[in-house]
Design a binder for this molecule. Structure first.
Ligand code: ADE
Length: 234
């Protein structure tokens, strides 16, 4: 198996030190996948480590400069960043991008290499997205202080799909939104004790009847899919 290489371009690479220490990420790395970080500040051609600037046309905040990203990607990969997207998916994390869902995660997990660009402050000079990126991805219609947490969400969702990341090889196969569940959310789980404060585990799960359990789980999964999720009781 050849591993998947995920590079995160971020002004805050230290955020990923914690993430790298998490079990499934460490497992994925031990299984031959790679998570690397690159800081554009280390490659900026501007003095004083400058990476951003005020927006043309006015407005609050700072914008990551296209010349800085150009130089950073060029130094790191040794190719013109315009060409980089031919070799690997280059993804800008931005609130207005394509919404991350299980289908997109599956697509990304099938790639051999990804580069995730994290914006900060007011985001990227649009030419970065237009000329260097194959995709723009959002993790939700809200604005984070930067793309790092969004990149971590993408990494987490992708890495756990890769062989070797999860302890049990079946863990990712029959889970929420998987084809095995017809794209529905996962059914509810219960464990010991069978009764707590009078709250009982559904009888069928204790019955040992595998076919009935399967049918019960499928029905609960469908119900959750129909409701659209969100209710802790569904
Ligand atoms: N950067 C800031 N907010 C974001 C979001 N919601 N998704 C992806 N990247 C972001």
């Amino acid at each position: 198996m050849s591993g998947v290489q995920i590079d995160v371009v971020t002004l805050f690479p230290q955020w990923f030190d914690w993430f790298r220490g998490q079990r499934h990420v460490a497992n994925a790395e031990a299984a031959g996948h790679e998570l690397r970080t690159m800081n554009p500040r280390e490659h900026t051609p501007l003095s004083g480590g400058q990476v951003d600037d005020t927006p043309f046309g006015g407005g609050a905040g700072m914008v990551l400069r296209v010349d800085v990203m150009d130089q950073a990607l060029r130094s790191y990969y040794g190719v013109d960043p315009v060409e980089l997207q031919r070799e690997r998916r280059v993804i800008a994390l931005t609130p207005g991008g394509r919404m991350l869902d299980e289908a997109l995660v599956g697509e990304l997990a099938a790639e051999h290499a990804l580069t995730l660009l994290c914006g900060r402050y007011e985001g990227f000079d649009e030419r970065i997205v237009q000329h260097f990126c194959s995709d723009a991805v959002s993790i939700g219609r809200y604005v984070l202080a930067g793309g790092e947490l969004a990149a971590m969400v993408v990494c987490d969702a992708v890495l756990r799909k890769l062989p070797g990341a999860l302890g049990h090889p079946d863990s990712a196969s029959e889970e929420s939104f998987s084809p095995a569940l017809g794209g529905d959310p996962e059914y509810p789980h219960y464990t010991r004790p069978a009764v707590h404060r009078g709250w009982k585990v559904p009888e069928v799960l204790l019955s040992g009847h595998h076919e009935e359990i399967r049918r019960w789980r499928r029905a609960r999964s469908r119900e959750r899919g129909a409701v659209g999720g969100g209710s802790p009781l569904s």
